[in-house]
Design a protein around this ligand. Structure first.
Ligand SMILES: Cc1cc2nc3c(=O)[nH]c(=O)nc-3n(C[C@H](O)[C@H](O)[C@H](O)COP(=O)(O)OP(=O)(O)OC[C@H]3O[C@@H](n4cnc5c(N)ncnc54)[C@H](O)[C@@H]3O)c2cc1C
Length: 451
């Protein structure tokens, strides 16, 4: 089992810390790694796509679980898969799509592991229909702080603490996941523009129920009457009869094809992403989108994971990295959302990756992020002057509207607001104290927020 002391960061590349990176290749090695973590404890890590400090552990151990990546069993009739937690969603798509199955939930990148998907209880564009990832996990095997391996069934307290528990209840070794049947590997997509935030919210409210997947790209640099203008894309898996006869797509309807572009350069001059360049980008992006188009066929990778086509795109933010800020506020809190969008627009944050979505019903995970309402995610260069104070103010606004920020994206929230944002926090802490009295599992995120 390899172990190197290296700097570790999240995808936003802020706040790197040094840890012993251990890569178990067998369950026995994983058990040994947990038993030998040392005084600073350990934290499991998947593909490191959490933006902040959830999968790092200063001075301690980080267990890279991607070395355990076997698919154990596929029930191609019933639609379930049992696999190691280190398997990526990309790999599952490669294997499952030709069999007519898709993952139940995918985030904006398919380079996440099943362990990371459960640890953050991730959501996708189908949250309003399908809930978050853990809803589809039937059971999992969890390596706990005592070195034992427990089978954890859906619906038990340990399951609900682990779903969204950010790796702090133990190391997920395997999971059994229910899948989504599909006839083809293409998507049928409708696109429309919304002229401002109210128009956008009205369109999403009126139309989301007609689509399995829905999301809006929102221009947070637009001001005045155009504040909150957006491009809405919604769709579903294309049925076989939607593919034109005589085409390659029709002959091989379940082929999983992806595109890959050249990697982002490793050095990017500072300041490249500023208000002017991002403003121009946003203007072009909005104008190039059709006012209204229906039934376009798109690849899965184009519809769900456009950024995966550019390896290491996170480097375009330069050395300072970037902060992802994602929050949710409930239905009935539209005024809070309007206020926050206006504040972000007025602050002129150069954000070109900003999305708004309506969440459906929440799931049972105690620290699971999604709640019924509106979620906005945006990225901001970390070196923007005054950013810390500005985001602290937004946190206050979100908390007083009864909302919360997403821990998988976070690297800077102050602990005082956490209990208001996550009402089951006390239960989570109590379960952890009993399950892991010596505090074997710990991360930078957990220390910062006293999880
Ligand atoms: C481009 C991009 C788009 C994204 N879009 C979305 C989105 O639409 N929706 C969404 O919800 N998220 C989104 N994310 C965030 C991402 O889905 C989550 O952070 C996910 O947890 C990353 O998985 P990972 O395998 O990289 O885990 P890591 O980032 O390595 O770890 C994330 C957390 O999971 C825990 N963990 C990892 N493996 C295990 C394990 N085996 N056992 C127990 N705990 C474990 C870690 O301890 C950590 O707390 C996006 C990220 C990127 C980069």
């Amino acid at each position: 089992m390899s172990a190197d002391t290296v700097p570790v960061t999240g995808w936003g590349r802020t706040a790197p810390t040094t840890a012993r990176l251990i890569r178990p290749r067998t369950y026995e090695e994983a058990v040994a790694a947990v038993r030998d973590c040392g005084a600073r404890g350990g934290i499991p890590r998947g593909l490191g796509r959490a933006y902040g400090d959830a999968a790092q552990n200063a001075g301690g151990a980080v267990l890279d679980m991607t070395g355990l990546d076997r698919i154990h069993a596929i029930d191609a009739d019933g639609g379930t898969v049992r696999c190691d937690a280190g398997v990526s969603l990309h790999r599952l798509m490669e294997v499952l799509l030709p069999l007519g199955w898709f993952v139940p939930v995918t985030p904006g990148t398919r380079y996440v592991t099943v362990g990371g998907a459960i640890g953050a209880d991730i959501h996708g564009k189908n949250h309003h229909v399908s809930g978050s990832f853990a809803r589809h996990v039937l059971s999992l095997e969890l390596l706990t702080a005592d070195g034992g391996i427990r089978t954890v069934a859906h619906g038990t307290p340990l399951f609900d603490a682990t779903a969204g528990g950010m790796g702090l209840t133990g190391v997920i070794l395997t999971a059994t996941v229910r899948l989504q049947p599909v006839e083809t590997s293409l998507m049928t997509v409708d696109t429309e523009r919304a002229g401002d935030l109210d128009d956008l919210m009205a369109r999403l409210t009126a139309g989301d129920h007609r689509y399995r997947y829905s999301v809006a790209w929102i221009d947070l640099l637009a001001r005045g009457a155009a504040t909150g203008r957006a491009v809405v894309t919604r769709g579903d898996h294309a049925p076989l009869d939607a593919l034109p006869a005589g085409t390659r797509a029709r002959r091989e309807p379940l082929a999983f094809r992806t595109s890959r572009l050249p990697p982002a350069p490793s050095f990017v001059p500072g300041g490249l992403l500023n208000r002017t360049t991002v403003g121009i980008f946003n203007e072009l992006w909005y104008r190039k989108a059709p006012r209204a188009r229906t039934g376009q066929l798109q690849r899965i990778s184009t519809f769900f994971h456009p950024l995966d086509g550019v390896p290491h795109w996170n480097r375009v933010y330069g050395r300072g990295g970037f902060v992802q800020y994602q929050f949710v506020v409930g239905h009935g809190q539209e005024d809070a959302l309007r206020r926050i969008v206006r504040r972000i627009s007025a602050r002129r944050c150069p954000s070109f990756l900003a999305v708004l979505k309506r969440f459906g019903d929440a799931d049972a995970g105690w620290l699971s992020f999604p709640a019924p309402g509106w979620t906005l995610a945006l990225d901001i260069p970390a070196d923007l002057p005054g950013l810390g104070t500005f985001l602290d103010e937004l946190d206050e606004e979100v908390a007083s509207a009864g909302g919360r920020v997403y821990l998988a994206k976070d690297s800077r929230l102050r602990p005082e607001l956490l209990a208001a944002m996550y009402p089951r926090l006390a239960d989570f802490r109590a379960l952890r104290a009993e399950l892991d009295p010596r505090g074997v599992f710990v991360s930078d995120l957990a220390r910062r927020l006293h999880l």
